[in-house]
Design a protein around this ligand. Structure first.
Ligand SMILES: Cc1cc2nc3c(=O)[nH]c(=O)nc-3n(C[C@H](O)[C@H](O)[C@H](O)COP(=O)(O)OP(=O)(O)OC[C@H]3O[C@@H](n4cnc5c(N)ncnc54)[C@H](O)[C@@H]3O)c2cc1C
Length: 530
């Protein structure tokens, strides 16, 4: 007999496989020896009450021969001589679009301005240690896109847009831990992502696809409402090269400002889009663990952490008519410098797979709407982008015109007083004390002050000067939307151009970008292969 059983266990019980087996045997009214195998299907932690519970779902094999573990991985055929489709950007949207094109018998040609994952790592070290921002190779640009050196949290609200399970399965096929298909809040970690991305690249190349690194798209030619040629430049040799294909998937991400400007200059329709901006707040992880796991002493925190991962939190509220929320919370993580060009200081966060850094960081951001960017309305569709750029410039100038970021103790920010000193912080280029309550525009600063007070009421101990806020968190999503036909997904003026992923305004994270890449590829395949 094969049975699926739901079980609620204490954290101690959940870590004891023999005990779990006995509990399941009792629930199934059999003896443990009759259970031939247990397969964990789902796992989530419920830390709302002091007694923390783990919800588990197992597939129980009772006196059954367990089927051999044969994962139904996709086999990719060779498409070297198939019709080509050009993809701009090798982020999650571009890579998953490429895999889907191969599945459908089309040849992907990926154009990526950045370097491969290995070479890109050197530029990140330069950014962290020497404050050198390479405009083509940084935390947002390069193989795997913003997803490679991200946190790798794989949960999404985009379940209606596509098949999340198939995305997780693909990550597993290319090297991710199979537990990502089991955990309620799957997470890969910055240290593991580059290998997975490299494996995806190898598959694309082995299947006859092409990937051109250090190759930036600079322009394209339109003939009879279709792109006939994509113009690129090699970022190191300046050699120009043109590519052509049946269709172009534009998956260049939310930081490709030159692409937004190019479309605007070519008078192709784009729209200013709401995004969110604020700060990244960092606490000692032990504070967040104590709050979330209801611990009264350090010993209790240590005991909890023997069985539980570094604690996370999420928060959302309406403040003065606008959404304010936590964004990309990274337990046991690091604050990363995510600038992509001059006169920018930008924060975001990542964590390794073990989430074992002593800090917990999260963006706390305010929704930025039309009334905020109206002073830039002379920029037309680029008005929200201009607002975003201004925030990053404020941060750059307050930090001393380098990658050092302006920062303030959390309670000082809420009380509107300058911080005389700062706690230690994971942000590697360094932080400097600055009056962020005055420097950030009031529509952001005032809402953030109220937000932190509200979070402090909900999580007693959160509002502390042991925490520090670092500015500015501005790349939460794209400030521009590139319109596309609702059903066919192509641009309304350019019939073979497919705006895709986060940069075009159709995704907000790794999984939703990957889903959007798949969706664009499927639409193209349907049109081309009749
Ligand atoms: C530090 C950090 C942590 C994050 N953590 C998480 C997380 O835990 N979970 C999550 O879901 N999301 C996270 N994100 C967000 C996530 O990475 C993005 O949502 C996702 O990568 C978007 O995918 P995309 O393919 O649409 O665009 P991108 O990943 O931005 O990829 C776009 C690609 O296009 C390339 N490109 C740009 N312009 C050109 C051009 N002109 N020519 C050629 N190539 C070009 C870029 O180099 C880039 O590689 C994080 C992001 C960062 C920066």
């Amino acid at each position: 007999m094969i049975q699926d059983i739901d079980l609620i266990a204490s954290v101690r019980e959940a870590s004891n496989s023999e005990l779990i087996k006995e509990k399941i045997a009792a629930l199934c009214s059999v003896t443990s020896s009759e259970i031939t195998s247990l397969v964990l299907l789902k796992r989530s932690i419920d830390a709302r009450a002091r007694l923390i519970k783990v919800n588990l779902r197992y597939r129980v094999y009772i006196n059954e021969i367990v089927p051999a573990n044969q994962p139904d991985f996709i086999r990719y055929s060779n498409v070297a001589t198939a019709k080509p489709v050009i993809i701009i950007g090798a982020g999650p949207a571009g890579l998953f679009a490429a895999l889907s094109l191969i599945e459908k018998g089309l040849k992907p040609i990926l154009i990526e301005r950045g370097k491969n994952v290995r070479e890109r790592r050197r530029d990140l070290a330069d950014l962290n240690r020497r404050q050198k921002v390479n405009p083509d190779s940084n935390y947002c640009f390069g193989e795997g896109g913003a997803g490679t050196y991200s946190d790798g949290k794989l949960y999404t609200r985009s379940t209606k847009k596509g098949d999340v399970t198939s995305i997780l399965k693909t990550f597993i096929q290319f090297g991710a831990d199979a537990m990502i298909a089991v955990d309620a809040h799957p997470h890969i970690g910055t240290n593991k992502l580059p290998n997975i991305i490299q494996n995806i690249r190898n598959q694309i190349i082995d299947s006859g696809g092409e990937i051109h690194f250090n190759t930036r798209m600079i322009d394209f030619t339109i003939n009879e409402n279709k792109i006939s040629e994509v113009k690129t430049i090699h970022t190191q040799t300046s050699e120009e090269r043109n590519f052509s294909g049946e269709a172009v998937i534009l998956a260049s991400g939310h930081s490709a400002r030159d692409i937004f400007e190019l479309l605007h200059k070519k008078q192709l329709s784009i729209e200013a889009k709401e995004f969110a901006a604020g700060v990244r707040v960092e606490h000692p992880q032990a504070i967040i663990d104590a709050l979330q796991y209801h611990c009264r002493t350090n010993e209790e925190v240590k005991e909890a952490r023997n069985f539980l991962p570094a604690a996370a939190y999420s928060w959302v509220e309406q403040i003065d008519g606008k959404g304010v929320y936590s964004f990309c919370m990274c337990p046991g993580g690091i604050i990363a410098p995510c600038a992509t060009g001059p006169e920018q200081v930008v924060t975001n966060g990542w964590s390794p797979s073990k989430r074992d850094n002593p800090y917990a960081n999260s963006g706390i951001v305010v929704t930025i709407t039309e009334d905020d960017w109206k002073k830039y309305n002379n920029k037309g569709a680029l008005a929200a982008l201009a607002y975003q750029m201004q925030l990053e410039k404020i941060s750059f100038e307050a930090g001393g015109k380098c990658q050092i970021a302006p920062a303030q103790r959390l309670l000082d920010f809420v009380n509107g007083v300058n911080s005389v000193d700062l706690p230690s912080c994971s942000y590697q280029p360094g932080i400097v004390s600055a009056p962020l309550h005055q420097l950030l525009p009031p529509e952001i600063a005032k809402r953030l002050q109220k937000a932190f007070q509200l979070i402090g009421k909900k999580m007693k101990g959160y509002l502390t000067n042991e925490a520090v806020i670092v500015a500015v968190e501005s790349r939460t999503s794209s400030p521009v939307r590139i319109p596309r036909d609702k059903n066919e997904l192509n641009h309304p003026q350019v019939f073979n151009l497919y705006p895709c992923g986060e940069g075009a305004g159709y995704a907000g994270g790794i999984v939703s970008a990957a889903i959007d890449g798949q969706n664009c590829a499927l639409k193209i395949a349907k049109k081309i292969i009749r």
